[in-house]
Design a protein around this ligand. Structure first.
Ligand SMILES: [Zn+2]
Length: 725
């Protein structure tokens, strides 16, 4: 899963490629900067540049053996200029607007920029250096300006609108009609249909929001730093390992302080709370975390978030929506805030019942140890850890020899895909790569025809972003005659030369997860590139999370989980512990997520006219209304430090994590009901879901495959919320 990153700028760069695990749609940022031609010295661009013409390698794979860092900038700038010219030509075409001269022309535009951007993305995210970072800084605003120049081009929108209003009488194919509707909605969603005065207002709101979001980010960064826990008394840190204490000492020294320092993580709970045995220390650390952005005037974010919430409501009103959530969710699978709220609210009883049972377990340990106090949020992880050790303790060192990376890949990840979809894999050492650790596989379909090229770049590097993600070098499209060229990136530990890469159970999940995204791209069988790539955020994680389930499928697990030296299967007692540990403490983990998702929805359901309230009161009232005001189980993020929703594009979108989880669990339940891992089941899923991209309404697409609406039952079962511990 892709970690949440602070660098939104990079996300803008990705908007022409399919990117998963993080979201590229930053339309709200309102960065409308003019593209100034010749503003600085643009290096020459000509046939010697490897991006000049389409790659002649198999599958149009990027020619990484020829690409130099100095090739990117001239190619990006030439690509921007070329695309601007193409857009102008479409917008100013004297011929009557029709599907071919507007929509097909738009789909075909931007080829050069697409080629270079997609190679540049992997270079900057997975193998960066100061030169690339500098190019990124220079080009990012120009790329944002290009996006805005397209969306806010009135002549272009007029053509799109003309065809949209005639769509019933044009005899369009199903996919073409879908393309018209999605493109129209995207432009309208960004304000293309507003009158000029309202466009100006929208721009002012976007500019102001952009300033406030930056202010929030900066205040929060300073607040987190200022509220690190510090002590000069080593005994206060009892429970931490010597290694952790040494790290705390180094962290203090790095800030020219004596003693020990525990920096704050983004979330409410802090990692050290698992093991700190002095209750006063736990309480102090927790309070630093909880009050971080409400402690001193300079870094207090509350006024800023109130302003952001109000401005977003105004923006939604201007765009014709009752509130920001309604605007944000309109183009998602869920479509309306009501659908989201119904879903979230339905989960509250099971989550809270489970978390109350877990609280009792924790309280029982406190009582047995004659603690004489009531479980507080800062006690939770400490006592839960004791329950975990007693019930499910796993020795990592005993597990890893059964998860050798290459075996997991070939006999697990690839094996499951072969069993389900009939596709096969053959390593291609002749395809150039951007780093020696990258491996490339040619993927063939069940009928042996080429299907895709798959790159994997699993090992951690210092110049690689954290987390794991999937993206593509070439999107699959019948119109363009292209097959998918797709890659997975992760940060798994690299073994010493000659040693096997023995990974954790969670790393195995990451490999299945990212490969699920890759399958979604590789299996896409669609006419238009846009329909292969524009997957809403509340659906984009479904194929990946669904694919994770095959890790634990008995047939797949038995096939890959073998001792790297002896080939022996994993002993059944270790397997049983692995499985049981999966649902441990899930009441807590789920409830804190649910509270955060509900808070996000409450903030973004405010109408523009709502009276201003103090964020703390608002938050408490919201949690009470949702029956989630549990003293020992605070939300994963408090409003005042909820970075995802105030400055990271997840506003009225945090629910998507849980929504996707409902769908992937529900999808796997269908497989279980129909005989599990079979070609027939796999083909049906591939034909009806995986290959369809965004070619039809995703709710309908899913329901016609599933034979009904998804339910929360499978999710509740998977999380273990239905069973007492
Ligand atoms: Zn993902």
């Amino acid at each position: 899963m892709r970690g949440i990153r602070a660098n939104l700028i990079i996300m803008r760069l990705i908007s022409t490629g399919r990117t998963t695990c993080l979201f590229a749609c930053m339309l709200a940022s309102g960065l409308l900067m003019p593209v100034i031609q010749g503003q600085s010295l643009t290096p020459a661009f000509g046939p010697s540049n490897p991006f000049f013409s389409p790659s002649t390698l198999p599958f149009q794979a990027p020619p990484f053996d020829k690409i130099k860092d100095s090739d990117y900038r001239p190619a990006i700038e030439a690509g921007i200029a070329e695309e601007m010219k193409e857009i102008e030509a479409i917008a100013n075409n004297p011929a009557t607007p029709d599907f071919a001269n507007t929509f097909v022309a738009l789909e075909k535009s931007g080829q050069l920029l697409g080629r270079v951007r997609r190679a540049f993305n992997v270079a900057t995210e997975a193998n960066t250096n100061p030169e690339l970072q500098k190019i990124q800084q220079i080009e990012t605003p120009k790329l944002s300006a290009l996006d805005d120049a397209i969306t806010l081009n009135p002549k272009l929108f007029a053509r799109i609108q003309t065809i949209y209003t005639q769509r019933d009488s044009l005899g369009l194919e199903k996919e073409s009609r879908r393309l018209v509707e999605l493109t129209y909605d995207r432009f309208r969603h960004a304000g293309s249909n507003l009158a000029e005065t309202d466009k100006t207002k929208l721009k002012q709101i976007n500019d102001r929001l952009s300033v406030l979001q930056n202010a929030f980010r900066q205040k929060l960064l300073a607040a987190a730093r200022a509220n690190a826990f510090t002590t000069t008394d080593k005994s206060a840190l009892a429970g931490l390992t010597e290694g952790q204490i040494a790290a705390a000492e180094i962290a203090a020294k790095a800030r020219q302080q004596s003693g020990y320092l525990l920096p704050l993580q983004n979330t409410t709970q802090q990692p050290a709370l698992h093991s700190l045995s002095v209750r006063a220390t736990r309480q102090a650390l927790f309070e630093k975390s909880w009050n971080r952005a409400e402690r001193d005037d300079a870094n207090d974010t509350r006024a800023t978030i109130a302003d952001i919430a109000r401005l977003r409501a105004e923006k939604a009103k201007l765009l014709g929506f009752p509130n920001f959530a309604a605007w944000k969710i309109a183009d998602q699978m869920a479509k309306t805030p009501d659908a989201v709220l119904k879903f979230l609210d339905a989960l509250v009883p099971a989550a809270t019942a489970k978390v109350i049972a877990e609280a009792k377990d924790n309280q029982a340990i406190i009582d047995a140890q004659k603690g004489a106090f009531t479980l507080a949020p800062y006690d939770w992880e400490f006592y839960a850890e004791q329950v975990r050790k007693a019930k499910y303790d796993l020795d990592e060192a005993a597990v890893r020899p059964y998860f050798e990376l290459n075996r997991v890949l070939q006999d697990g990840v690839f094996y499951a895909a072969t069993q389900l979809y009939g596709i096969t894999f053959r390593e291609r050492k002749d395809i150039p790569v951007y780093h020696p650790d990258v491996r490339v596989f040619e993927v063939r379909d069940a009928d042996s025809k080429p299907l895709a090229l798959f790159y994997c770049d699993y090992y951690k590097r210092d110049n690689k972003d954290g987390g794991a993600w999937t993206s593509s070098f070439v999107p699959a499209s019948k119109l363009m005659g292209t097959l998918a060229v797709v890659y997975n990136v992760a940060n798994l530990p690299k073994p010493a030369p000659g040693q096997p890469a023995l990974i954790s159970y969670d790393d195995v999940r990451t490999m299945f997860h990212e490969f699920g995204h890759a399958l979604h791209s590789m299996c896409a069988s669609v006419e238009y590139p846009t329909l292969a790539g524009s997957i809403p955020r509340d659906f984009v994680e479904v194929p990946s999370q669904f694919n994770e389930h095959w890790r634990d499928d008995p047939a797949v697990f038995a096939h890959f989980a073998r001792h790297y030296q002896t080939g022996a299967p994993m002993p059944s007692d270790i397997v049983a512990k692995l499985r049981k540990a999966e649902t441990f403490n899930q009441g807590y983990a789920f409830t804190e997520l649910l509270s955060a998702a509900e808070l996000d929805m409450e903030w973004h359901s405010l109408p523009a006219e709502a009276p201003l309230q103090s964020p703390d009161q608002f938050e408490q009232a919201a949690l009470q209304k949702k029956k989630l005001a549990l003293p020992a189980v605070p939300p994963r993020y408090r409003s005042s430090y909820f970075l995802h929703i105030w400055a990271q594009g997840y506003s009225a979108g945090y629910y998507a994590y849980l929504w996707s989880e409902m769908l992937d669990d529900d999808a796997y339940a269908w497989f279980t009901e129909h005989g599990g891992l079979t070609r027939a089941n796999g083909d049906r899923f591939r034909n009806m879901v995986l290959s369809r991209g965004n070619t039809e309404d995703l709710e309908q697409l899913y329901e016609s495959w599933r034979g009904g609406k998804p339910t929360i039952q499978a999710l509740i079962q998977q999380r273990g919320l239905n069973v007492a511990r």
